[in-house]
Design a protein. Sequence first.
Length: 134
Amino acid sequence: MIPQRTDDVILFSEEERQTGRTYRLDIENEKVMDYTDEMEAVKQAIYKILNTERYRYPIYSWNYGVELSDLIGQPMAYTMPTVQRRIEEALTQDDRIQSVDAFSFEQGRGTLHVTFTVHSIYGDVEGERMIINV
């Protein structure tokens, strides 16, 4: 017999945002310590996303990480706008990050240092990434 009542059905009109509370990483000492949330969790997410090569690790979704390894050896005229687009794309996969802008590039011997501003729901934070062997 199929039930006929529908008054127990709860409909959700919008998806609830998950909590930003996560484990806090002590990067320098290579330890996981305590918990963090809000802006500190966003900073940690930026670090983790930009230091994970997309598609390389099966544990992560294909939407997680950034694609930079294929840019090694490419001309700077191609590399700089591509890095900007890929960083924006990678970071805005996180629903706490609204946009990324104010990119600045500094070339060194075989390196490209990229700085930018990340606009999150908790405020703005400066980000950076060093790309080696460019």
